[in-house]
Design a protein around this ligand. Sequence first.
Ligand SMILES: NC(=O)c1ccc[n+]([C@@H]2O[C@H](COP(=O)([O-])OP(=O)(O)OC[C@H]3O[C@@H](n4cnc5c(N)ncnc54)[C@H](O)[C@@H]3O)[C@@H](O)[C@H]2O)c1
Length: 548
Amino acid sequence: MAKYSFSPTGEKFLLPAKNDYIKEFERLKKLVKNQRAMGREIVVVMGLGFVGAVMAAVVADAEDKKRTPTKFVIGMQRPSTRSYWKTPLLNRGIPPVSSEDPEVAPMMHRCVNEKKTLIATYTYDALKLADVVVVDVQCDYLKESLGNVRDGRADMEALEESLEIIATHINPEALVLIETTVAPGTTEQVAYPIMKKMFRKRGIQSDPLLAHSFERVMPGKNYVSSIRDFWRVCSGVNEEATRRVVKFLKEVINTKKYPLTVLDKPIESETAKIVENSFRATILAFLDEWSLFAERNGVDLTKVIQAIKVRPTHSNIIFPGPGIGGYCLPKDGGLGLWAYRHIHGWEDDIFKITPMSIDINDTRSLHVAQLTRDAMRNMGRPLALAEILVLGASYREDVGDTRYSGSELIVRRLTEMGAELRVHDPYVSHWWEFEKQDEYPASSQSLKRFFRGQEKLKDLRIEQELKKALEGTDAVIFAVRHKHYLNLDPDEVVKNVGGPIAVIDCFGILDDDRIRRYFELGCEVKGLGRGHVKRIKDQVRDKKRTED
Ligand SMILES: NC(=O)c1ccc[n+]([C@@H]2O[C@H](COP(=O)([O-])OP(=O)(O)OC[C@H]3O[C@@H](n4cnc5c(N)ncnc54)[C@H](O)[C@@H]3O)[C@@H](O)[C@H]2O)c1
């Protein structure tokens, strides 16, 4: 039976049939022959996800001093019903990932349609033609319970499978560069043995040329820059692999301005990525307890943080929003813990801070549901059947990336408590974590499994029009610092709603004047880390009393 893959906009693509593979490989061979004649290296990027698709374009856009392209890139995406659509889209020059960076779409169009240095394919045979293979497939960490990262495991399946496929097909002289964030030790103790065994099976006596260099890509308006114009760390399994990875990165990344750090062994590069993200997760998590301290003792944590930031040594202190989210921070520390036991074989438990930080970050947003409940209670409104509007679905400001966002948990918990949820986000058109909650991010991996009464959330649709979203709501939760929410006028908001509401500020979005105005308009205000709102409320009440 014919199988189809649907793009996010609903376009339907027929999956390739057996015969198509032969024709496709012939097409690639011809193209590669011409490209080699032009002196270009052939680079296969495996996995056209958030990272791979843009990395493929960055490599395809690379030029030498004479401004001649130096690489021909074949983006390789497995033809599953879920992901095949990425291949035909990229072949038209359309990015298979949505991005707020205005550089992504023109760069992809330029490389595919003008420079003709980038194509996409579904056949693993492409690997036979590669001088360099860049691995950008996912390596997830699957958590079995909410708020307990220890109860989980690394999901290495896609990565292990990819490495075996690569070793089955490649020329033994090809460099294999793993960019995936992996459990430290993976390159030497998982990838290298898989590849070496396959090489021996093929009668190849040389050793695989393997290296690791992690991505520091940041979703948002500087997406391309965060790949191309940013510092890199790398390491190879042996001298030749190290020499090759340094050469490759120098040719495709702006290492002149952003020098490369070469470490002795891949486990050091892998650990650098995990420690870097665990550090970030920790400095966010430790503020959770101070956030509660602030709420209970009349302190505005946002002002405290601003006061501390003035000191240059403490300038990277950051206010934690409702949970941390994103693809990397919630999982990377888990990969470290898992590696310690399952790759390196240690039995003891040395980790305290890293897992605790992840657990705190993973559950911080549940407190927002408590604040909403209390604000509604103060207004004499029951939470059950109340209409609650969440402003912002993504995990950080001014991006459309909803992976593991705090907002998801806010919606899930409040739904469990009986409220009716609506959501507005100018950057997100479909919130797949809800619309496709039975299969996204993977079957049985939805966060819905930690809550009751979640079935109806399949019907949750993002409201793009703020005015419409506000109409008749009982509460508004400011969940993300999107620029659209920073200057909303309380009078306008209350007018659009049609009466006073409960306002919950999760991200230090409201200044004191706005908080005061909401109180004057009969609203109730609460906020994460914003203990001073009670003081403003009392001032407004006292003023009203003297006026009366
Ligand atoms: N997204 C980010 O913001 C970010 C930032 C820094 C680092 N990273 C790391 O980069 C890596 C990739 O992340 P991502 O966000 O691009 O993931 P992703 O899930 O968006 O993309 C992975 C892609 O690989 C494909 N794939 C899986 N197995 C394959 C196979 N055998 N052959 C071909 N394709 C295959 C998948 O279909 C998917 O398209 C992860 O390790 C992640 O931690 C991501």
